[in-house]
Design a protein around this ligand. Sequence first.
Ligand SMILES: *Cc1c(COP(=O)(O)O)cnc(C)c1O
Length: 334
Amino acid sequence: MQSQHILTLKDIYLARQRIANLIRKTPQMEAPLLSKDLGSKVQLKLENLQLTGSFKLRGASNKILSLSKDERRRGVITVSSGNHGRAVAYVAREHGISAVICISEPVPTNKRVAIQDLGGELIVGGANGDQAMEFAYKYQETHGLTMVHPFDDPYIIAGQGTIGLEILEDYPEVDTILVPLSGGGLCGGIALALKSADPAIHVIGVSMELGPAMVESLKAGKIVDITESPTLADALAGGLNRDNKYTFKMIQKYVDETVLVSEDEIAMAMSYLLEKHHLIVEGAGAVGIAALMFNKVSKLSKNTIVIISGGNVDMQHLIRISQIHQHYQFKKNM
Ligand SMILES: *Cc1c(COP(=O)(O)O)cnc(C)c1O
């Protein structure tokens, strides 16, 4: 792929072939309570059960496996809110490549520990994602490393897009999809796969109310800076770089609707997934469920799927959340 390569479905198939031995094909599960309440069959795509605890392994594997011998020898660097860094550290360790992971101060302890356990060299590069990104690019230049960008890279986007292929195989009836949205690698890749199969599939990007960089940028018609705030959806925090090459345009082109969810709504969705599905899901992974529970979506058709994107949440924190937020009432109980 050249630097300004236009991504196609073929790149996603190539990614699938490249990463097949490193990733898990994740299961899909129906959510019968939501299906009944909403009058649409709701399926969950469980990327919280992916190796390393999030879908980020798909893109990270595709990128790192595409590097030259020389690039592998010199090592890789990335900047991450946690999950991408963990995935990069995992793939790098599997292939004997050294990895530097730049994070920002708000990245939670459980994510830092997981990166270090995999042998990643952890550097706190600033107070927020933008600062950590700037630090990482400088460090990359002075140390001759290869950047494994968390979202704005054709290999990363194509890797995340492999989820779309699995959905088309397991749930070809799908007409509506909800995808957690931050930098847009996940949503862009999946949307490319699904819209290539059927442009009528309704793609909904879901972000948190506190600092939704992509949604604000879509509204403005250009990339805008946001103020990063603490949020339960920590994996969705952070800005888009102004020199964004791929994801902003892809999200503009493919995403039909964006919705925002509040912190209470995210907590309620995490609690619901734990209690009713026995699933451990982090805040970012639960935003699609929050959007459905609180009727944020303009219309639903017959066959909906929600991407549950990650499960890397501190267990004590999840237990506290589930004790406080047990008040969601289903309209039609089973
Ligand atoms: C990174 C991440 C996202 C958002 O992915 P983007 O490609 O940045 O939009 C969503 N959920 C989880 C759990 C993540 O780690």
